[in-house]
Design a protein around this ligand. Structure first.
Ligand SMILES: [Zn+2]
Length: 101
């Protein structure tokens, strides 16, 4: 699980507090993460299958709010308070990322 959340540019582990959830599906989560080391932003796709959890990182020039627009968080606008479901899922992911360290 060591490769769960790494910077796709410099390969350093990403800190959980710089990770934004962009999209969540049953077996797939998309994150935007900013590297504390090189300040590069990455989009990270997490998916789970029979083999376990797989992560794919992709460098991006966009910040989290720009990427969010593209992913179209349909129910939630930028100014709205996160609802309970989102909060729970968010915490689950943060826990997952922390456990990978
Ligand atoms: Zn980096």
């Amino acid at each position: 699980m060591d490769a769960l959340a790494k910077c796709s540019v410099c390969g350093r582990k990403l800190r959980a507090d710089r990770i934004v959830i962009l999209d969540e599906k049953e077996r797939e989560t998309v994150l935007h993460a900013t590297c504390f080391n090189c300040k590069s932003a990455s989009i990270i796709f997490l998916s789970s299958n029979q083999a376990g959890l797989v992560s794919v990182g992709m460098a991006t020039d966009m910040d989290a709010s720009e990427v969010k627009k593209i992913f179209g968080t349909s129910a939630i606008s930028a100014d709205e308070v996160i609802d309970a479901h989102e909060l729970i899922s968010h915490n689950d992911i943060l826990q997952l990322v922390k456990n990978s360290n």
